[in-house]
Design a binder for this molecule. Structure first.
Ligand code: SF4
Ligand code: MG
Length: 323
């Protein structure tokens, strides 16, 4: 059977006056129905651009220049805009980092949920409003009959994110893409929102593509992990393999400063050096400048993917065995 999502060789380039920035450079992965796949990496690694490609919300000078995104067998990169609109907010829901930017400040939240419903169903206004109250209840908002008439600024950050999630799930999507959904929230609220996402995913058998820089979130939520660096996936595998047997020097670096249970810190890791300038990537491995294991040919030869365990892939010359 075909996977729910099949991304093949996705490329998103930015055509800047200084040159072409390859923000996403040959990314491939699949998501199965009901699965949580986490895309992890530092900011600037291309993870948000990968997510936005599903919506085709890449602003100029950015452009999807290659690859395919197959969703339930339909190819989204070249799908006519009309058909994409039906999928966007319908079969695919989105949760953003800062709900305030996703919500309209001058409309009651109930109106905004109702709008999402009206765009994809045959409900009338009254039915949509009633459904909005029900959705607010499902995302754990107390007294939803009152909150439905509130404006976003009257709600806390956590409540606003619950509203954002209500909109994302309004039309029973098969896939929810959440880009740093808890990064803007306090740690306690963060845990509640993650619990909510996990519960909704299980109850509704939705797949979740969870984008985060936080390995604590990955450990708690993901079935499968994609580690992104400089526009490419450098390691991919089942969550246990990534945490118990990380192979890529970048992944190992991320995990070395793994969060300690009970110690709550925002910054979870720090690998010496900077994410490379995407305008001047070496022709070989993009991690070369920061890698303590580097070998001379790493700079010039592109590291191929090597399968090191079931479903566990690494792009690193250390894994290439001599023939
Ligand atoms: Fe380090 Fe070479 Fe592996 Fe790149 S390919 S991560 S430089 S060892
Ligand atoms: Mg981002």
């Amino acid at each position: 059977t075909q996977p729910l999502v099949d991304v093949r060789d996705l490329r998103v380039h930015f055509f800047t006056p200084e040159g072409v920035v390859k923000a996403v450079d040959g990314v491939s992965f699949t998501v199965e129905r009901g699965q949580t796949v986490s895309l992890v990496g530092e900011s600037g690694s291309g993870k948000s651009m990968t997510a936005l490609s599903f919506l085709r919300l890449i602003d100029p000078p950015g452009k999807i220049v290659g690859g395919e995104i197959l969703f339930k067998g339909r190819e989204l990169v070249r799908l006519p805009e009309r058909e994409l609109r039906r999928i966007r907010g319908g079969e695919i829901g989105f949760v953003f980092q800062e709900p305030m930017t996703a919500l309209n400040p001058v409309l009651p939240v109930g109106e905004q949920i109702a709008e999402a419903l009206l765009a994809h169903t045959l409900f009338d206004r009254k039915e949509a409003w009633e459904r909005a109250v029900e959705l607010l209840r499902q995302v754990g908002i107390p007294r939803p009959e009152g909150v439905v008439s509130s404006y976003p600024h009257e709600l806390s950050g956590g409540m606003r994110q619950r509203v954002g999630i209500a909109i994302a799930i309004a039309n029973n999507p098969d896939l929810v893409i959440a880009d740093e959904p808890t990064t803007a929230l306090d740690v306690t609220i963060q845990a509640q929102i993650l619990d909510l996402l996990r519960t909704l995913r299980e109850e509704r058998n939705m797949a979740l593509l969870l984008i985060t820089h936080d390995l604590g979130v990955v450990a708690e939520m993901a079935d499968y992990v994609l580690v992104m660096y400089a526009g490419r996936i450098v390691e991919a595998g089942p969550v246990e393999a990534i945490f118990d047997d990380p192979r890529h020097p970048y992944t190992r670096g991320l995990l070395r400063a793994k969060p300690v249970i009970g110690r709550r810190e925002r910054r979870l890791y720090a690998i010496p050096g900077q994410v490379p300038n995407l305008l001047n990537l070496p022709p070989g491995c993009a991690f070369f400048d920061r890698c303590t294991f580097r070998m001379p040919h790493c700079r010039t030869v592109f590291p191929p993917y090597v399968e090191v365990g079931p479903g566990h892939f690494v792009a690193c010359h250390l894994e290439v065995k001599e023939a």
